[in-house]
Design a protein around this ligand. Structure first.
Ligand SMILES: [Zn+2]
Ligand SMILES: [Zn+2]
Ligand SMILES: [Zn+2]
Ligand SMILES: [Zn+2]
Length: 96
């Protein structure tokens, strides 16, 4: 029982660290969860079919697709979306 709990905690920690290592925008994250980003700035940007200047500064292919109200058609992104994830290849952390 204790071991199972440890596994759960470890899995949670890993998902947290993965989350912070990723640099997908709030919009890509929301899209991966099957939602639309609810940030006011992003909603406004989407209305004009644009990427949000604040949150999607470094717009990935997925950010651009979201701006157009579409799903990104890259095979890697489609695969990631199937897993309800943002594509790690295209939504990479900014190089230092
Ligand atoms: Zn957003
Ligand atoms: Zn925004
Ligand atoms: Zn993409
Ligand atoms: Zn991709």
């Amino acid at each position: 029982m204790k071991f199972v709990k440890f596994l759960l905690v470890a899995a949670f920690a890993v998902s947290l660290s993965l989350g912070s290592a990723m640099a997908e925008s709030c919009c890509v994250k929301a899209k991966a969860a099957g939602k639309n980003c609810e940030h006011k700035c992003c909603v406004e940007a989407r209305k004009e079919s644009k990427t949000c200047d604040k949150c999607q500064k470094e717009a990935s292919c997925c950010d651009k697709a979201i701006a157009k109200g579409k799903d990104c058609s890259h095979p890697c992104c489609v695969d990631a979306a199937k897993d309800k994830k943002a594509c790690e290849k295209c939504n990479k952390k900014k190089e230092a």
